[in-house]
Design a protein around this ligand. Structure first.
Ligand code: NAD
Ligand code: IPM
Ligand code: MN
Length: 369
């Protein structure tokens, strides 16, 4: 069989620290016929330092050619002064845009062992299982014009543009409805139709698309009220579908409900290829490069590890191996091993590498048994 190719882009800060723990899992999969081949590249500040751009054309080529991309994190204070066009985050945005990864799946799942690490009361988050479906290649992130103009009178004007076409809203809505069918069958769409034209169109297109999914219950919330409801009573939600910017903010909120940003993975998917049916995909933690803890060996690698589980599930259909990896993570948490961000009384505090080793050992055992 042809090799399964993974392109690793560890990036900056804790990105490489977390990626190292994922690299411990690949040989375990390959011992059992996984057939994975990996290649690594540079992205973010690491690429700015090496090439003067947040990702090189060569590495973009590798990303386009691979079956899936695993992405760590980018950014940090070292690059705060670089021009906007080459800032580390530009590498991530270029990958999303050129790979046409329009659908960003951000699950917020509360592991029972971590319910007390949440900023909310245990009963509000215990058993929480939300999926945020964020539109990722449109909206105000990419709309033109996007400019700062000197008005010549000591004033400047900054313009960002929110743009959505019908097809962009329809295709992300379909992703949300399809996923809801495999879950609790509910979709909540969030926009601000009370102040934004794009919100009016968003609401209209999602409503019309929903008619094709009679088994899925659809409701709509204004995005600000949705944020409020997420912290008031998060378990009311199943799938949330929203635009690029609202999805960015709401997914950080949802992530924190589960205990730590260091826990949550994401998948960014493109459309299936018309002839092969294969879809481009990139998997990354929701968190960033965490400059405050980078280099200390204390970052929680679980978000990155869980991103590999999503990769096995969505890019390779390796459901058994994905389930086993998620179960291995839960088992390690149940055993009381914790990185500092999720530390609790009576648990044992470990660093990044030790957490990764514990997951790898549990995973090897599960795949064998
Ligand atoms: P961040 O997610 O990097 O960190 C926020 C807080 O969460 C920090 O206190 C950090 O220590 C903690 N944290 C995050 N991940 C953790 C983990 N795995 N284990 C333990 N603690 C963890 O967000 P930020 O500080 O706002 O941004 C830092 C940099 O990262 C910025 O340059 C930003 O643009 C970038 N960023 C990148 C991505 C990405 O690459 N996908 C995402 C978000 C932010
Ligand atoms: C995320 C990040 C990115 C975003 C940044 C780093 C460009 O915050 O993936 O959530 O805003 O989408
Ligand atoms: Mn974000």
């Amino acid at each position: 069989a042809a090799a399964r190719t993974l392109f690793l882009l560890p990036g900056d800060g804790i990105g490489p620290e977390a990626m190292r723990e994922v690299e411990k899992l690949i040989p375990i999969l390959n011992e059992r016929g996984g057939g994975f081949e990996t290649r690594s590249g540079l992205v973010g500040g690491a690429a700015v330092d090496a090439h003067g751009a947040a990702i090189s054309d060569e590495d973009m080529g590798h990303a386009l050619a691979a079956d899936a991309v695993l992405f760590g994190a980018v950014g940090g204070p070292k690059w705060d002064g670089v021009p906007y066009e080459v800032r580390p985050e530009a590498g991530l945005l270029r990958l999303r845009k050129e790979l046409q990864l329009f659908a960003n799946l951000r699950p917020a799942i509360c592991y029972p062992a971590l319910a007390d690490a949440s900023s909310l009361k245990r009963e509000l988050v215990d058993g929480l299982d939300i999926l945020i479906v964020r539109e990722l290649t449109g909206g105000v992130y990419f709309g033109e014009p996007k400019t700062i103009t000197d008005l010549g009178n000591g004033q400047k004007r900054a313009v960002d543009t929110q743009v959505y076409d019908t097809f962009e809203i329809e295709r992300i809505a379909r992703v949300a409805f399809e996923l809801a069918k495999t879950r609790k069958g509910r979709v909540t769409s969030m926009e601000k139709r009370n102040v934004m034209k794009s919100g009016v169109l968003w609401n209209e297109v999602v409503t019309r698309t929903g008619k094709d999914y009679p088994d899925v219950a659809l409701d709509h919330m204004l995005a600000d009220a949705g944020g409020m409801q997420l912290v008031r009573n998060p378990k009311q939600f199943d799938v949330i579908v929203t635009d690029n910017l609202f999805g960015d903010m709401l997914s950080d909120v949802a992530a924190m409900l589960t205990g730590s940003l260091g826990m949550l993975p994401s998948a960014s998917l493109g459309a299936p290829d018309e002839t092969t049916g294969k879809r481009r995909a990139m998997y990354e933690p929701v968190h960033g490069s965490a400059p405050d803890i980078a280099g200390k060996g204390v970052a929680n690698p679980i978000a990155m590890i869980a991103s590999l589980a999503m990769c096995l599930r969505y890019s390779f259909g390796m459901v058994t191996q994905a389930d086993a990896l998620e179960a291995a993570v839960a088992e390690v948490l149940d055993s009381g091993i914790r990185t500092p961000d999720i530390m609790a009384p009576g648990c044992r505090e470990v660093g990044t590498a030790e957490m990764g080793d514990a997951v790898a050992a549990a995973y090897r055992e599960r795949l064998a048994g």
